[in-house]
Design a protein around this ligand. Structure first.
Ligand SMILES: Nc1ncnc2c1ncn2[C@@H]1O[C@H](COP(=O)(O)OP(=O)(O)OP(=O)(O)O)[C@@H](O)[C@H]1O
Ligand SMILES: [Mg+2]
Length: 274
């Protein structure tokens, strides 16, 4: 038996191991995450869905090494994540492009911070812009692009770092439904090309089924991972797949799982406010 067989993390899998997170602020203790465990196998696309406030962003921050959990740990390659990792970049909902920089210089930013020489970082940024379908826009400013294109710049900025895993916190939340669908299809195409592991938070069940190999369903607070649904739909996820009864079956299963959680989370918020 090799080290790889014994410990999945040795292969580049990311292991979330009994993570618990308690916040204390103004004398109040909030158990954001009661217990979360799971493995993102290398190269897999995993989505997280769950009621608002259940700790999805908190879990992503912990995986990224931006927040230390109260207990438990995240491991990659057998190594515990204890500080922010450059190879786990995060893509957020907000447009995080820097408006005074060109598209090319936005994408090259992380490499610049890492001290990569100018010619090399520009060449790498140019390559990645090709991958996200923005060749020809290198010298544009973000304001000259659509919202969907700006989000692709943000994805390119993460990909140029050759990430071990891409962390995405509702990355399409600010886009209209049509653009969101198109950028989602674009993300799938990019992912098929790069096969970077992805941990993707969304409120949109159909988006989760469309994109993912598996969907983690989080319960309301104090949260745990209630269930993991493996989406065994063929790839590429073309129109036939997305219109199939099997696709709707997965949407139904996830909706049933989440419905009760969302309803009781809302009741709890109302009680807390009254
Ligand atoms: N820095 C903090 N200090 C205190 N409490 C916090 C902090 N960050 C988050 N929380 C609390 O932890 C819980 C989980 O928050 P989190 O932002 O992770 O939820 P979420 O699932 O991402 O929600 P949403 O779907 O609305 O984005 C919430 O109750 C929130 O109020
Ligand atoms: Mg959040």
């Amino acid at each position: 038996m090799t080290a790889w067989d014994r410990d999945p993390a040795a292969r580049g899998d990311v292991v979330v191991d009994e993570v618990r997170m308690t916040y204390v602020s103004e004398g109040r203790t909030t158990v954001a995450i009661e217990n979360a465990s799971g493995t993102v196998r290398k190269g897999r696309f995993v989505s997280i869905i769950g009621p608002s406030g259940c700790g999805k962003s908190t879990l992503l921050d912990i995986v990224a090494g931006l927040t230390r959990p109260t207990s438990g740990q995240v491991r990659i390659g057998g190594e515990s994540v204890t500080s922010p990792r450059r190879d786990f970049p995060m893509v957020f909902q907000d447009d995080s492009t820097l408006h005074w920089r060109t598209v090319l210089d936005n994408v090259a930013l992380g490499l610049e911070i890492a001290g990569v020489p100018k010619a090399e970082r520009r060449a790498r940024a140019r390559d990645i812009l090709g991958v996200v379908g923005l060749r020809g826009f290198e010298h544009h400013r973000p304001r000259q692009l659509s919202g969907g294109m700006r989000q692709r710049v943000a994805i390119a900025r993460a990909l140029v770092m050759e990430p071990a895993m891409l962390l995405m916190d509702e990355p399409f939340g600010a886009l209209d439904q049509q653009t969101r669908t198109l950028v989602g299809i674009e993300l799938l195409r990019i992912w098929e090309e790069t096969r970077t592991s992805v941990l993707f938070v969304t409120h949109d069940i159909r988006e989760a089924v469309t994109l993912s190999d598996e969907v983690w369903v989080m319960s309301r607070r104090p949260s745990t991972i209630l269930d993991v649904v493996h989406v065994d739909l063929p790839r590429p996820r073309d129109t036939d797949v997305l219109r199939s009864a099997q696709f709707e079956g997965y949407v139904g299963v996830l909706w049933d799982l989440i419905q009760a959680e969302v309803a009781s989370a809302m009741r709890e918020q109302e009680r807390a406010a009254s």
